[in-house]
Design a binder for this molecule. Structure first.
Ligand code: UDX
Length: 447
């Protein structure tokens, strides 16, 4: 293998593209391939297909310097020209919550076919989130059958979960808490450990070497733990609301000072969304049940998260009673700030429920409006500013904690709304200040 191995990345979704750009920006030669020609044309033109801070500049630089190329559905060509192949295709949920491996299987077949013709040692690395056993029992047999070669002897196989968060992808990949390398055999693991030691030099993070299945489970366990923290603090928030004078923010801050608990992921709100937590918790539940174990704790985590967004609707009804014809301003559509992603966004059940009750909705988000239009079409109206969204509203709900919403003063609400009623679904406002001038309700605040 050359000093800097050449890398192919199959699947340029969030994880694939950020991985590819991360390597290319450090001078690695990267070839990507994706079945979506629209996405590939955008990437080739230096335009990221999704919103991510720093990605546009890094992508453009990588392309201009010739370190990154992107092909339409040419896994074979990408593998042929490189030494290490990342599988980063999506692993969606099936109806029953279990993981759909069809893209993983298809890509493994294409990679295997290419390995058959390719000389020299090649390492295949699964980056997609897959349930424990997938790399060993699905990817390996396909690669061996198609390549007519033997894993461990003729080619390497690793599982390397990704922990990056949308909105801070490059901070997370350039400065991770740990790098997990699950490997079929030592030689494959050594090749990938060398790759990461070189990539991170001189500030190499903790590298954890494990079996393939353990690496796969580390990813699910991490996401399930974070989801559990969120559903836990939301449960405490719901209890706080029944206790006069209690405030979940203060409870969480004090809890977080205990080193065994830690301060992060204890922000009570309207629940978790996005492309990972909901899907991964469901997949872990389905995987566990298939293995014969009922993961009751995880069932509850999901259940709490399913109900949590509807708290916003409950609060609106407490304030306004019948919602027929009432104007509701929705501040924030993305599942979290700094992204335009609305997958499993908590705003979706909130808006659907408000519409069912006859409310008239105007929504605003700094970047996710066009995404929202593809979901809600003309069932709701869209404003082009936060202030515009508040005009004539009977009630406003903060659903996503964008920085610009934090700057809205009580006067901004009072002057623009018909009835200054504010529901803080993400705890971004100081209750003392806002409740002085507005009818103010917030998650986790005792009445
Ligand atoms: C997550 C994991 O953090 C990441 O390690 C993994 O690779 C992919 O899934 P991401 O989905 O980008 O990343 O978002 P994250 O910042 O973790 O937030 C997920 C959801 O949890 C958001 O909807 C957010 O609003 C919610 N959340 C987060 C809370 O409600 N409270 C918190 O304290 C933290």
């Amino acid at each position: 293998m050359a000093a800097k191995p050449r890398i192919s990345v199959i699947g340029v979704g969030y994880v694939g593209l950020c991985t590819a750009v991360g390597f290319a920006s450090k001078g690695y030669s990267v070839v990507c391939s994706d079945v979506d020609s629209g996405k590939v044309s955008k990437i080739k033109a230096g335009i990221p297909p999704f919103h991510e801070p720093n990605l546009p500049q890094m992508l453009e630089k990588s392309i201009n310097q010739g370190y990154l190329t992107c092909l339409v559905n040419q896994t074979e060509a990408a593998v042929m020209e490189t030494d290490i192949t990342y599988i980063a295709v999506s692993t969606p949920s099936k109806e029953d919550g279990s993981i759909d491996l069809r893209y993983i299987e298809a890509v493994s077949r294409d990679i295997g076919k290419t390995l058959r013709q390719k000389n020299g040692y090649h390492v295949v690395l699964v980056k997609s989130t897959v349930v424990p056993g997938t790399t060993q029992n699905t990817v390996k047999p396909i690669l061996e059958a198609e390549s007519k070669k033997t894993c461990g002897r003729d080619f390497g196989l690793c599982m390397n979960p990704e922990f990056l968060r949308q909105g801070s992808a490059f901070e997370d990949t350039s400065n991770p808490d740990r790098v997990v390398i699950g490997s079929f055999d030592e030689k494959s693991g050594d090749a990938i450990e060398r790759l990461y030691r070189d990539f991170y030099h001189p500030k190499v993070p903790r590298i954890i070497r494990t079996s393939l299945a353990t690496a796969e489970l580390i990813k699910y366990a991490s996401n399930a733990m974070l989801a559990t923290k969120i559903s836990f603090i939301n449960t405490i928030a719901n209890i706080c609301e029944e206790i006069p004078g209690a405030d979940v923010k203060v409870v969480a801050a004090a809890m977080g000072l205990d080193k065994r608990i830690g301060p992060l992921f204890l922000d009570a709100g309207l629940g978790y969304g996005g492309s990972c937590f909901p899907k991964d918790v469901k997949a872990l539940i389905a995987c566990s049940k298939a293995l014969g174990y009922e993961p009751e704790l995880l069932d509850s985590v999901e259940d709490v998260n399913h109900k949590q967004p509807l708290k916003a609707v409950e609060f609106v009804k407490q304030q306004l009673g019948n919602l027929e014809g009432k104007n509701i301003a929705i501040l924030g559509l993305a599942f979290k700030p700094d992204t335009d992603d609305m997958r499993e966004a908590r705003v979706i059940p909130i808006i659907n429920e408000l519409l069912k009750e006859g409310a008239v909705i105007t929504a605003y988000d700094p970047v996710a409006i066009s995404m929202a239009k593809s979901i809600f079409q003309n069932k709701i109206s869209y404003a082009d500013s936060a202030i515009g969204c508040l005009k004539n509203a009977d009630c406003a709900i903060v659903v996503t904690e964008w920085e610009e919403f934090k700057k809205l003063s009580p006067e901004d609400f009072c002057i623009n709304m018909r009835h200054p009623i504010l529901i803080d679904g993400r705890r971004i406002y100081c209750p003392e200040v806002y409740s002085e001038k507005l009818k103010f309700t917030a998650i986790g605040l005792g009445k």
